[in-house]
Design a protein around this ligand. Sequence first.
Ligand code: F6R
Length: 243
Amino acid sequence: LVVPEEQAAHLAADAVTAALQRAVAERGRAVLGIATGGSPLRLYRALGERVRAGEVDASLLQGFLLDEYVGLPAGHAESYREVVRRDLQVHVPLADHAVLGPDPHTGDHAAAALAYEEAIAAAGGVDVQVLGIGGNGHLAFNEPGSPFDSRTRLVELAPRTREDNARYFGGDVSAVPVAALTQGLATIAAARELVLVASGAAKAQALAAALEGPVDVACPASLLQLHPRATVVLDPAAASLLA
Ligand code: F6R
């Protein structure tokens, strides 16, 4: 779907709302997969409108983050757990205990990654995963070259990703963490539905590779081509290099 950015948020919110409603109808609750960053901001606001209109009961929702920086002090304003409070929970009032991310403070990242996979499984899996895409085609912090069968693990951030994210750290690349805990590509692919939102020309090349290029680890987001229920909502600039 290619539509202006503001309308894109509402279309994406339609898809997310429908998936959450389906899950609630089937199991009495629903699990939302949460992306951070600029891409889903309007979507989260639009989702908040749906919650206020009574279309979704936030008390029946559980949320799982895609990823979390490693190396920031707990409670740091740019840690994704804090970003989600500001960008999502302000609009969609998920209880704090109902939102989980990989824990970067345990001292044992492998154990934390495993515990996170187990928590997602114990919740019954993710019903609908919101996604953005990196300018280099990354999904969550699965940088190019990440295996399609990867699970939650410790990763190093690509230089391009740290440069892209420096805007959240006062423009100072050296302040951007060098590592993160991220859901793997197989973890993401296990969500029953994916909704990717992107806007702006900086994403155009990655989207052309992801949607029309070969399914290859060189572009992690090409994984979307393999998923049975993936919705991609783009503004015209982001879609400008699609055939
Ligand atoms: C965020 C995440 C990243 C972003 C991507 C795009 O949880 O996993 O993959 O979705 O870097 O970021 P924005 O939306 O800020 O352009």
